[in-house]
Design a protein around this ligand. Structure first.
Ligand SMILES: Cc1cc2nc3c(=O)[nH]c(=O)nc-3n(C[C@H](O)[C@H](O)[C@H](O)COP(=O)(O)OP(=O)(O)OC[C@H]3O[C@@H](n4cnc5c(N)ncnc54)[C@H](O)[C@@H]3O)c2cc1C
Length: 367
């Protein structure tokens, strides 16, 4: 049955399940975002809306997305389809130094722009200490100005529609897993002529970030009571807790201080490694000068290999002993969400029975 903005409101926004990805906002003049909260400001009356279809919290069939993106179903129920798992970092010290960890995302984005793989990239700008903003970038300088993690749910994908509106036909995106899902859903629609203004190949490169949760704007108010937001240079949330860096010092708090600000939508998220991206990038939880790099599609593998050959990206094998640690963290989150799903929550999720069995079977082994 077709669904539209009214259903989006009832099933996602009213239930506080919105991830703040920004995809629906950029598609419709009647959907706006204020302080990272998405709202339908006017009833459009359409019974059948693309805003509903692209939402990462409306029905999301993982096997169908696997087939759309990879041509086949996943063979790894934990990390999703991938052809390589690596450590990586930018070879250029300026890029690496400005990056959150090894600067892999920025290095690949600059390389893709300079090689003409993409003609614009949709990124997220800010110092991490107050609301970030979507940015459509076209140069190395602009990419580097967006480096660093902002731990809230910036509606970055509004920038995707901006880029396309400005004439981009090979748009790159960097996004959280929910944003990657939204991009793939949009691509699926475009391939079926469901989005007239959007050529099917528009999202030419999708770089996904690992993300176990994002914080709601209450975090910025909490932080502003402790540190001048203008002075913040960078934020990180390693296992030890929250770190806020200014020119003078590094502030530290236990992670439990910020847990109350985790967006409810993130607690129902099944995908912490951006499983539908061309490549996914995260921390190593081990060496801050490197990233974890998951190579997923042929396009992703080609980009990484060319960047490596051009001396832009350094890669090395993922340490064998670290693989179970990564897999366990991802598995734990999936199990938590599957349990919620069994309780009637996370109803958007459509997981193959075989994958479900594999995941729950791994829980037994892990225990
Ligand atoms: C909300 C959030 C939670 C995360 N949680 C984890 C985690 O639990 N475990 C883990 O291993 N990694 C996590 N990451 C990813 C990690 O913080 C780094 O982004 C990733 O390792 C890439 O590092 P880099 O050095 O290549 O980044 P850089 O080269 O500095 O590039 C960072 C890129 O991230 C983009 N970006 C920044 N903030 C956002 C945002 N809010 N939404 C969308 N894009 C953004 C920027 O546009 C930039 O292109 C998280 C990221 C975010 C944004």
């Amino acid at each position: 049955m077709p669904k539209g903005a009214r259903d989006l409101q009832a099933e996602v926004l009213d239930k506080n399940l919105c991830t703040g990805c920004g995809m629906c906002v950029g598609m419709c003049p009647y959907i706006k975002t204020v302080d990272e909260k998405v709202a339908v400001i006017h009833p459009c009356g359409l019974e059948d809306g693309n805003c509903y279809r692209v939402c990462p919290r409306t029905a999301t069939d993982l096997s169908q997305l696997d087939r759309q993106v990879f041509g086949e179903k996943r063979d790894d129920a934990v990390l999703g389809r991938h052809t390589a798992l690596l450590f990586a970092r930018a070879a250029d010290v300026q890029v690496a130094g400005g990056g959150q960890y090894g600067g892999t995302v920025s290095a690949l984005t600059v390389f893709a722009l300079e090689q003409g793989d993409i003609d614009a990239a949709v990124l997220t700008r800010g110092n991490g200490g107050s609301y970030p903003a979507p940015r459509v970038v076209r140069s190395r300088e602009e990419v580097l100005a967006c480096a660093g993690s902002k731990y809230s749910a910036c509606p970055t994908m509004t920038g995707f529609h901006q880029a396309v509106g400005e004439g981009s036909r090979r748009t790159g995106v960097v996004g959280r897993p929910c944003q990657v899902t939204a991009v793939r859903k949009l691509q699926g629609l475009a391939a079926g002529d469901g989005v007239p203004h959007l050529p099917a190949g528009t999202a030419s490169l999708v770089i996904g970030l690992f993300c176990f949760w994002a914080l709601d704007p209450g975090f910025y108010r909490w932080l502003a009571a402790r540190v001048d937001p203008q002075q913040v240079l960078a934020i990180d949330i390693p296992l030890e807790g929250l770190e806020v860096r200014t020119a003078e010092r590094v502030y530290r708090w236990p992670v439990d201080e910020v847990r109350p600000f985790i967006r409810p939508a993130c607690l129902q998220c099944f995908d912490s490694t951006a499983e539908f991206a061309d490549v996914s990038v995260g921390s190593t939880e081990y060496d801050p000068e490197w990233n974890t790099l998951v190579v997923r599609t042929r396009r992703g593998a080609d980009l990484v290999e060319r960047a490596r050959q051009a001396g832009v990206l350094e890669v090395k094998p993922y340490p064998e002993e670290r693989i179970p640690i990564l897999r366990q963290a991802v598995l734990n989150k999936k199990i938590r969400v599957l349990r919620l799903w069994e309780d009637g929550q996370a109803a958007y999720l459509q997981v193959d029975d075989a994958d479900k069995e594999q995941i729950l079977g791994l829980e037994v082994q892990a225990g």
